[in-house]
Design a protein around this ligand. Sequence first.
Ligand SMILES: Cc1ncc(COP(=O)(O)O)c(C=O)c1O
Length: 464
Amino acid sequence: MLHRKDDVRDDLLDEVFASTDMSVSLPKYRMPQNEHLARHAHQVVIDELMLDGNSRQNLATFCQTWLEPEVREIMAETLDKNMVDKDEYPQTAEIEARCVHMLADLWNSPEAQNTLGTSTTGSSEAAMLGGMALLWNWRARRREAGKPTDRPNLITGPVQVCWHKFARYWDVELREIPMEGDRFIMNADEVIKRVDENTIGVVPTLGVTFTGQYEPVHLVSNALDKLHADTGLDIPIHVDGASGGFLAPFTVPELVWDFRLPRVKSINTSGHKFGLAPLGVGWIVWRDAQDLPEDLIFNVNYLGGNMPTFALNFSRPGGQIVAQYYNFVRLGREGYRKVHMSCHDTAMYLAEEIAKLGHFDIINNGEASVGIPAVSWKLKDGVEHPFNLFDLADRLRTRGWQVPAYTMPKNREDLPVQRILVRQGFDRDAASLLMSDYRAAIGHFDKHPIVTSMSEEEAGTFHH
Ligand SMILES: Cc1ncc(COP(=O)(O)O)c(C=O)c1O
């Protein structure tokens, strides 16, 4: 005999999956008419997230996917703190200021005690602020000289999309140095070729998104010094240290890229990448208070007290900032060095193993002096491959791994590469498991050669 559904459910009131709430599929694009028990709603929502990828196996992202239990506690304990209420939460504000000073010090600012900087939601917001400061300062210099201000340009290597956004939002011509042959980053000659009196600044990236390589900030700065001496053109540098800003000071302290170079006026970084903080925090620091135009600072008094603000968003969670500070205290310089060097070791192990497979040429082998702990590679020329990199990426997904394959930007769109980002939480053992799956994927294609390979769009892999 069939039970009436409702009878069964009455008997099992406390059983989530037998509840009336769970007997229907929830509407997806309009709000339900009635309320649900918290436990039931929670179950439905959390269960749906099973269909997301497993973040720890996401080897595409630069962002943190493993966090210490203490960080999780801090996040839970600070859930109610709005970092913009500086009068109400003066210690959170103080902690933010300490982080700015510590970063200025880490980046060898001669003004570490009087520096200006702020937390942001990430490097994109920080880059926007850095770019705006360059633009405002350039306009002021031009106005003073009685010259027009209508055709600003910015020089970069192959940059992350946040700089494309900056250029489009502010109507700045982006002079992005394209890749050429095996040169995947900017060099000093290419920068100098593009500079003119309308150049608001040069932005080298410390850890280029596509390959992970560090751009040669020191050489670019030297070339701009010479240009200054020869022509009087004095072009400032902003360094996009989204990843490298939190790596190089620990892993290659002898690399000169930061405020040791007087031409470097500002630096951005992502706390949530190699800063090891949870998602939602970036930083920008200016060399000197005068490098941040006063026009970009707003004073508000309606939260109590008179508070200067110069980030784009107003309300923001305070937890990420507190967690960032926790990491500084918890790890210190030596702790960061150990965490990051172990990532470099794992990356170099992967590069060696991938090279052994015979199908690939390594572009970045994950060495600390070259760039961030990333490995990137391409298919070897002149060898038969029964697959392409997109097929491989797709096959690895069957084991949950997200190893992105993508084509390079302008001028090398013909070149597909694959890349792995090694972060805290992806250790040698996990890397060896990944390599077994990688070998198994190739074994599969040896047996079942691909007749029609996947395209980039079909594989749907991505990079940041
Ligand atoms: C070089 C570079 N700049 C900027 C960004 C944007 O950073 P965020 O994701 O923190 O906004 C990224 C992100 O990967 C990056 O690699």
